[in-house]
Design a protein around this ligand. Structure first.
Ligand SMILES: [Zn+2]
Length: 162
């Protein structure tokens, strides 16, 4: 019996109706290697649940970045996200880097165990050079439509002025 390649392998996942956007959850080591990826069923919810926590715990020495997507926004963490993030950092007993990727921005927050967030979030434009290399893949897997680029007038002028 031959195994057929799923049709999704051939088509870009941007056909909204056939392949709707979904939340995706990923765990990465310092080199950017994926330790775990979990696909949600809806654009607003991904339940990594028990499996995700098991992976995080078993690979706790390697866990560096923990990310998920909000393919329809918002551009920041939800209150549920914040509770989960604090629980994970407390469980691991060390600061953890959390990311949320939306069409407009990639947001990084370092969460310390048993503490309210202290530092401001760091924001990256999607596709920016110093965004982690897994971010584009996570957006793609999430079937995220990119937001229209914001016009940076200063940058635009520099292109046309000597
Ligand atoms: Zn979220």
């Amino acid at each position: 019996m031959t195994t057929r390649t799923p049709v999704t392998e051939f088509f870009p996942p941007r056909f909204g109706r056939l392949f709707p956007a979904r939340e995706v959850f990923g765990v990465y080591d310092k080199a950017g290697c994926s330790l775990h990826v979990h696909y949600g069923d809806s654009p607003a919810f991904v339940d990594g649940g028990r499996t995700a926590w098991d992976v995080i715990w078993e690979q706790r020495d390697r866990v560096f970045d923990i990310a998920h997507t909000h393919p329809h926004g918002p551009d920041t963490f939800s209150s549920i996200d914040e509770n989960s993030m604090r629980a994970i950092a407390t469980g691991l007993g060390r600061p953890v880097r959390f990311w949320v990727l939306s069409p407009r921005v990639s947001r990084l927050r370092v969460v310390h165990p048993c503490q309210e967030p202290q530092d401001a979030d760091v924001l990256f434009d999607p596709g920016e050079d110093n965004e982690p290399m897994w971010a584009a893949r996570l957006r793609w897997d999430s079937r995220m439509r990119s937001a229209p680029p914001t016009i940076n007038l200063a940058k635009l002028l520099r292109r046309f002025l000597p």
